[in-house]
Design a protein around this ligand. Sequence first.
Ligand code: 0RA
Length: 732
Amino acid sequence: MPLRKIQKGRIEVKQTSDTKQPKSKVQSPKSATDYSASSITVLEGLEAVRRRPGMYIGSTGAVGLHHLIWETVDNSIDEAMAGFAKRITVRLLPDHTVEVSDDGRGIPVDIHPKTKVSALETVMTVLHAGGKFGGEDSGYKVSGGLHGVGASVVNALSTYTKAEVHRDGKAYAQEYKIGVPLKKVHEIGKAKDTGTTITFRPDASIFETLDFEWKTIVDHLRQHTYLTKGVHMIIKDERGPEEKSKDLTALQFPNPTFQFYFEGGVASYVRYLNHNKETKNETIFSVDKESEGVRVEIALQYSNEFSELLFAFTNNTHNPDGGTHVAGFRTALTRSINTYARNKGFLKEKDQSLSGEDVREGLTTVISIKLREPQFESQTKGKLGNTEAKTAVEAVLGDAFLIFLEEHPKDAEGIVGKCVLSAKARAAAKMARDTILRKGALEGFTLPGKLADCSSRHAEESELYIVEGDSAGGSAKQGRDRHTQAILPLRGKVLNVERARLDKILTNNELKNLIIAMGTNIGEAFEIEKLRYHRIVIMTDADVDGAHIRTLLLTFFYRHFPALITKGHIYIAQPPLYSVKYGKSMQYAYNDEEKEKILAELEKNKSVKSLRGGANTPHHPPAMGESSNPPSQGGSGGVLADASDTDASGETESLVIAGIKVNIQRYKGLGEMNPEQLWDTTMDPAKRLMKIVTAEDAEAANEIFEILMGDEVEPRKKFIQTHAKQVQNLDI
Ligand code: 0RA
């Protein structure tokens, strides 16, 4: 199961008691049109939005702020889905202003019969005007059906908005101040093209921040471009230098213009998701069809992975918990592969069939459906509930996939061959597992002999340190808090689990010990309630081997214990890289920067006294007299060398500041620290720094694991070369 992608741009309707009260009320500006009864409703609507912005855009924080862009772009995407817009351009302008334009038909400007004002004005000022306005026969049948809903909300929450429409050879415009038109819609010139441009500046009295994040925008729009085949998405960062330099994510992308265009839609998305994998069917299967008023787009491709990767969307909103469309997909997939496999003689025995699990192994799928009235099981839209979605997806996929298999015999062979192999392997693994389980190998009572368990029986306060090597394990055992900290030393390289099946893992002693120590069991037998330690800490050396073992362990958790990651149980210890000894005092540095800082401080102060207190590091240095000698090189900890006679072997560096010798020791391994030092710098809960392992972005995490762990050598090499520095702080 892939970890879920946390959707940043999802509307979450929640109580908004914490939202800022707008400073300014909606008032009709003096220059505005004379308002009739209907404009009072308009003002009331705008007031409602400003009073409870959270109800409309989820929050008034950064997520809500970005929602303004999503809402605006969604309208242009609808126009693209209706077949009219081909290009959508999003520009970040100075002064926290955003411009979204498209080359669609342009929002109509003629007088709306009901409101007696221009249709454009209605779309921009009346809550929920868009959907009704579009109507059944406006060419929006299979769109989200929400056309224009967001425009008035964006307008109400902006101090300035401008709508410009090109239509019928003319250019029209209207400007607004916190949602209220400054003038009637008026002609501003001629136009050869058609389209709509909305410019807005969010209201600082509504939002906690006005800072847009380049990466968030690029990622969101990339995904939406995949879901809208044939649309060109252009994103430009034209903010002022100050705003731009505040956005750290923009600095990562030196190019301030992004262009996305995906001819294949969801098929392009699948190609992107699989780009580092070895695939089974070269031709990506894809279908785009309507059934029962539901538009169904599906693309899929098999790789030689073991896990499944599936992204499902309804009306362009990600549904991390799946729902009826996913259920329909699975039913049809299993059925059509079985039908094909049986007909072509892939299944030898008469009653043999492939299970859902067999046909999903190594499968990458994107499902995107559009329907009129989506119903979700939760307000966060995590899970789709419409039953017609199941029927529609089942019908569309069942037919199309069988035809695909018939028409692409080579791809079909790759797919069915992989499924049959999965079934065989699954049966073998089950047998092996059953045998092992029967033998009680994973039962909780036979805790591994190498585990130095803690005395506490309360999982909430218990920690398991996975330590690289027996010697570091020894230091950790002596230095730990026995009541709450357990130590499990691991010897040698952990099995590369990316490619390993469950049965192999269960015969690997190191991993078996770990699973038994954790108490949760694995695979179908996994029970998180049985977890014996709420914090599992990976503690490896600060060298290449350490980084490798850490990555292997992370892969192991990611592949086989994703719940431990999502529930925040996995941590990475942060041992220091250097000790800097100066006279009788010592400080630890956790990276090169810190070391330089400490040395700079020494230079500046030229006094031993000023060193004490350790303001340079987030950790407190040990008190005077307490294990302040650096350990001997390569020693197993415990034997202390006198700092004054260390040699210049490259592990220590000596310099003289203000007549006093400064010794810098680089810790290559945890084993070089004695138990007290290890406790002091890395394990003491009161002082230590630990990294929590999160998997916020399934796609990104998955990709890194694949690059680092997969079969392909080239991408791995490239990744390690480009990220050599950051890999030390791999935080997935
Ligand atoms: C309703 C009807 C028509 C166009 C639109 C809405 C429209 C809305 C937006 C919002 C952003 N871009 C847009 N482009 C178009 C057209 C009706 C017609 O011309 O027949």
